[in-house]
Design a protein around this ligand. Structure first.
Ligand SMILES: NC(=O)c1ccc[n+]([C@@H]2O[C@H](COP(=O)([O-])OP(=O)(O)OC[C@H]3O[C@@H](n4cnc5c(N)ncnc54)[C@H](O)[C@@H]3O)[C@@H](O)[C@H]2O)c1
Length: 157
């Protein structure tokens, strides 16, 4: 296989970021083959920006049935990650799923089990863990320098 054909499910902030990296050829060995989003506005933008070589789908099942991708990036909102990941793996696709792995432990365990038995490449986008800011904060917490944590807040609701 010369180039891995990548499909992206979820073309919001981060999904369109991933798409841009691939389209600009910042990543070698792959090409953007398909995108999928349930929001028609995202698909309109994709149609205007990505050219005819990128297939556009409004529905995940249609993307999976089309057989036009080897690997998928799931970049939808949190709750849908495990369910979509499992559908992609069961369709025989390699998979990178955005963080968080999911919201409910049971669903994440099921996703991990399906991935382990799939024989496919499976990754979760834990890129934040390489960010020195987060590494420093983790270090401060682990060493007890900030005292006992009582509450943490993230900027998203
Ligand atoms: N790794 C990172 O650094 C990083 C950065 C930002 C966001 N994220 C993660 O990426 C995920 C998406 O974040 P975002 O900011 O891009 O959100 P967003 O709301 O901007 O985009 C999500 C997109 O997914 C689409 N979508 C949702 N369910 C769908 C489905 N079933 N089928 C097809 N399309 C569907 C929505 O229409 C939307 O366009 C979040 O889980 C977030 O935590 C990771």
């Amino acid at each position: 296989m010369d180039q891995v054909r990548i499909g992206i499910i979820g073309l919001g902030n981060i999904g369109s970021g991933h798409a841009g990296c691939i389209i600009r050829e910042e990543i070698t060995g792959c090409r953007l083959a398909a995108v999928c989003d349930s929001n028609p506005e995202c698909l309109q933008l994709a149609g205007a920006n990505f050219g005819e070589a990128v297939r556009i789908f409004g529905d995940v099942e249609a993307l999976l049935a089309a057989g036009v991708v080897d690997a998928v990036i799931v970049a939808t909102t949190h709750y849908s990650h495990p369910e979509l990941a499992i559908r992609c793996l069961r369709s025989g696709l390699h998979l990178l799923v955005e963080k968080p792995a999911g919201v409910f432990t049971r669903q994440v365990r099921e996703m991990n089990e399906v991935a382990a038995g799939s024989g496919k490449v499976f990754g979760i986008m834990y890129n934040r863990r390489t960010n020195p800011v987060y590494q420093k904060l983790r270090d401060l917490i682990r060493r007890g320098e900030l005292g006992q944590l009582r509450r943490t807040n993230w900027y998203r609701p």
